[in-house]
Design a protein around this ligand. Sequence first.
Ligand SMILES: *[C@@H]1O[C@H](CO)[C@@H](O)[C@H](O)[C@H]1NC(C)=O
Ligand SMILES: *[C@@H]1O[C@H](CO)[C@@H](O)[C@H](O)[C@H]1NC(C)=O
Ligand SMILES: *[C@@H]1O[C@H](CO)[C@@H](O)[C@H](O)[C@H]1NC(C)=O
Length: 446
Amino acid sequence: MRIGCVWETLACLTAAIMVLNSCTTAAGEVTTCSGIVPMVYRNDKISITDFGGIGDGRTLNTKAFNEAIYRIKHLRRRGGTLLYIPPGVYLTQSFNLTSRMTLYLAKGAVIKATQNTANWPLIAPLASYGRGRERPGGRYISFIHGEGLHDVIITGENGTIDGQGGVWWNMWRQRTLQFTRPNLIEFKDSRGIIISNVIFKNSPFWNIHPVYCSNVVIRHVTILAPPDSPNTDGIDPDSSSHVCIEDSYISTGDDLVAVKSGWDQYGIKYARPSNDITIRRLTGSSPFAGIAIGSETSGGVYNVLAEHITLKNMGIGIHLKTNIGRGGIIRNITVSDVYMVNVRKGIKISADVGDHPDKNYNPNALPVLKHVRIKNVWGKKVQQAGLIHGLKNSPFTDICLSNINLQGPIISTRNVPWKCSYVSGGAIHVNPSPCLELIRTRYKCR
Ligand SMILES: *[C@@H]1O[C@H](CO)[C@@H](O)[C@H](O)[C@H]1NC(C)=O
Ligand SMILES: *[C@@H]1O[C@H](CO)[C@@H](O)[C@H](O)[C@H]1NC(C)=O
Ligand SMILES: *[C@@H]1O[C@H](CO)[C@@H](O)[C@H](O)[C@H]1NC(C)=O
């Protein structure tokens, strides 16, 4: 049985009481990501042990990984090659993947990042960020890295990719980081990627970061990091299109899924949106957001669908966030069938979140946020139901809420009322009653 299945069923049942609704399509089939990227079977198989890999948890296997992947890249077997990681703990420095490969982690296989941060390679900052996300200049390469690739699968029997992020979190806490921390896995300028049936643990920074990618499927993954681990976002589709995330469990120290598209003037110039992003049947917890858009959205974000989401012990359930200087258009965002329990804020949409890369951001580059649909949301122990704060010179428009029931921490008392400014749209069947901006108008939500 899938992790989170019980929660999900509960969410469906509760949602079904509020409105005719179900987890399946009219035909009774469960919607999935399949079809976006074909699952390729590979005849050619090699094992990391063929290249001297030793899974004793102490031996450094960097050479074995590099040689195995070099062999895949240069022998170019028809249909690609599967690299098998048998049970054992394989310590290694960061390494690069190649096209037409499957990285297969057997049950009990662990690929573990070395804690030698001094020798960690640096790469150039992303053009759409202009600098590292947390420090100026370059950034440490992701533990597992892919650039300009196609047809890559990371899968297996729920083996683990362990970033051993503790040393990095401490450098962040002690303010001794020289450059931006490494992501656990990053694909850049790549297409046709599947990540499934893998456990990701203790990432130094963001866990899974597809940037400038298309056709990416992430399913049946488990992503774990302690709630106090800094910036350990689960999955951050960034300036990427046709990304499908489903049937996963994420519990980290930051946003579970955050859709992004570049940072202020750099992102505006790079102009690569994130679009056609599907997130479904996701369960998790975090002191930050469950489903987030932003705050780096300068290339624009559109056509996002998040549905059947179950959140427990959260900071914010649904968080759309941007800032002055970001520019970018966020539009056509649908979030539906969300169940949340023990949450500080249910829904937050705001334009004052996150920092700037430098002082050269354009204060006149106002973000635009429109056509948002949030429906069938049910919550218990929600301290504050909702906050929506647009900008005076760029109000949020066409924001529609329906069938939302968010109970306060104690049944008999009311939770903190909605707070809004500079927003227009409509609300129907929302409890507690949302702000006047959304109910006094006769706005037709279509
Ligand atoms: C890995 O890829 C990065 C980015 O393309 C590159 O800078 C680096 O040299 C590569 N590392 C190795 C060991 O090939
Ligand atoms: C791996 O974990 C996923 C997600 O929790 C689950 O659906 C799947 O059945 C597991 N697969 C194996 C081979 O254990
Ligand atoms: C809005 O996004 C959904 C996916 O969430 C897509 O199916 C739909 O076509 C989009 N609508 C428009 C007008 O682009």
